[in-house]
Ligand binder design. Structure first.
Ligand code: FAD
Length: 491
């Protein structure tokens, strides 16, 4: 079969692209996806906390290679295998479904890195266009939900709001007082480009139906009757190339493996789109001969395009979480009360000296990152990015972590996520014959600042705890959640 556009992966982004392209009735669109339509799956629909969406039938569970930084353990990386991809399985509140934008300066840094026209002012209207934000009820407002109308859209496809369990929460005031004592004032909205402070986070859910909202529900279900849009079950194995003079690397379709194991070709008249996640995309590129010659030669894959950066620069979203039992109990459910601290909030009066000492290390860190990428990216290119990142953290005062204190009724789950790590890992094809076998090298905090950030943030919340008599239960866990997955491990 041949279509105008063929998309690899019916995930979070893939279905948005499929929806927008197929809104033109004269354009034909196919999406190749190994997962199933899971809209009736109870583990997907639920917004009650559970780990059920890590279920292997709807989750890839990619293993990592062993990581020296984590005592030679290996981790399991989670990513959705379903229509809607990870937006169908990114756990339920408080560990997933949080709708959150970054600081304005982070978007402006895209332009500084060379992407002309990509900045906060240019993308903000499109974020709003995507949402159907449902304002909190009066009971939810009384329990701490706030919002700034100018930061939200009301007529987009993606439902956003607050869950019913937020009503009558007795935890909000205690959490807010704790953070106020640490100098983090309350803000009105997480999504206006200045998320610094304490706030009740909105979620990707349909508050009326009490159900998860993901890209399948938002972007596919309403348009599934379109005759020019088709989802094909299969796993993309490689890009196919149009040969001919002056056409060294023009993609003209995909080869995919059907559920019965057959290798099938699908043609693209206009474009192929890679939307198989931060894991799947580098694997498909490498299997198609696009990547670092050193890696491709080792796998016995013929080089089509020499592009050494493929699969490198994997930045993850590391977490340390600790649980505490409460002396008493609270109600209000597992709501993400988000705190977004800056470096100044985390490091206090040591910020200036940490900024200066880490600045002198950027060249050294860049050199180490280049070596760990096997020389795929030059130290100077990495250093350029590290300098921009350091400037964002210490001069532009962007938020550097997400801290979620979560009420479990008789306890507190305190999660500390770093958002701006300098430790980079990689994702490469592990075997020439199996497109689903990545070699993921986590490189979880190998750089001292990342550890210090996590440890310091954890310590500050624990050592304050206004109104919350906290007793560690001895359970701490570290996870990583990057562009599309998380890994978990009990220490
Ligand atoms: C546990 C967890 C919690 C999270 N919580 C949040 C949160 O609270 N807030 C937030 O904003 N983000 C959160 N995220 C991150 C967010 O879910 C991801 O960043 C986002 O869903 C990634 O979208 P994507 O389109 O890049 O990839 P995905 O949505 O993962 O889509 C990729 C699709 O490609 C398919 N695919 C893979 N290989 C192939 C192949 N070879 N051929 C064809 N198709 C293929 C997959 O099956 C999948 O459907 C969380 C992630 C996880 C894992």
């Amino acid at each position: 079969e041949t279509f105008d556009y063929v998309i690899a992966g019916a995930g979070t982004a893939g279905l948005v692209v499929a929806n927008r392209l197929s809104s033109h009735s004269d354009i034909t669109v196919a999406v190749i996806e190994p997962g199933d339509h899971v809209r009736q799956h109870p583990d997907v629909q639920t917004i009650n906390f559970s780990f059920a969406s890590f279920n292997a039938s709807i989750n890839w569970q990619y293993p990592s290679v062993t990581s020296p930084a984590l005592g030679s353990r290996n981790l399991t990386y989670r990513a959705g295998k379903a229509w809607g991809g990870t937006s169908s399985t990114d756990l339920s509140p408080p560990i997933g479904m949080v709708y959150i934008r970054g600081d304005k300066a982070q978007y402006d840094a895209w332009e500084e890195l060379g992407n002309k026209g990509w900045n906060w002012d240019s993308v903000f209207p499109y974020y709003k266009r995507g949402e159907r934000f449902v304002a909190p009820t009066s009971a939810q407002t009384a329990s701490g939900a706030t919002y700034d109308e100018s930061a939200h859209g009301k007529s987009g496809p993606l439902d956003l709001g607050f869950p019913f369990i937020l009503s009558n929460s007795s935890f909000h005031d205690k959490a807010r007082a704790t953070w106020q004592a640490l100098g983090l004032e309350s803000i009105t909205d997480l999504n206006d480009g200045d998320p610094h402070g304490f706030v009740t986070a909105p979620m990707t859910l349909d508050p009326d139906a009490g159900m998860r909202e993901g890209s399948a529900r938002a972007y596919y279900t309403p348009v599934e009757a379109r005759p020019n849009l088709k989802i094909i079950k299969g796993t993309v194995k490689r890009i196919t190339w149009a040969d001919g003079p002056g056409r060294e690397a023009v993609a003209n379709g995909f080869e995919y493996v059907s559920p019965s194991g057959e290798l099938v070709k699908v043609g693209a008249r206009k474009e192929v789109v890679l939307s198989a996640s931060a894991y799947g995309n580098p694997l498909i590129l490498e299997a198609s001969g696009v990547g670092n010659p050193k890696i491709l030669n080792k796998l016995g894959i013929k080089i089509k395009v020499k592009l050494p950066g493929v699969g490198e620069s994997m930045q993850d979203h590391d977490i340390i979480a600790m649980t505490y039992t409460l002396n008493g109990s609270t109600d209000g459910g597992r709501i993400p009360y988000a705190n977004m601290p800056t470096a100044q909030d985390v490091f206090g009066n040591k910020t200036t000296s940490i900024a200066a000492s880490t600045f002198t290390k950027l060249a050294e860190w860049a050199k180490a990152a280049s070596i760990s990428s096997g020389g795929a990216i030059s130290p100077s290119a990495i250093e350029k990015r590290f300098r921009i990142q350091h400037d964002l953290i210490f001069n532009k005062n962007i938020t550097v972590a997400e801290l979620f204190p979560t009420n479990t009724g008789t306890g507190i789950l305190a999660q500390f996520w770093t958002s701006m790590p300098f430790s980079w890992g990689s994702v490469h094809l592990g075997s020439r014959d199996n497109i689903n076998e990545p070699a993921i090298t986590p490189n979880l905090p190998v750089i001292y600042l990342d550890w210090r950030d996590l440890a310091q943030a954890s310590w500050r919340e624990i050592s304050t705890g206004v109104g919350l008599p906290l007793f560690p239960t001895g359970l701490a866990w570290i996870e990583s959640r990057g562009a599309s997955r998380r890994a978990s491990r009990i220490f």
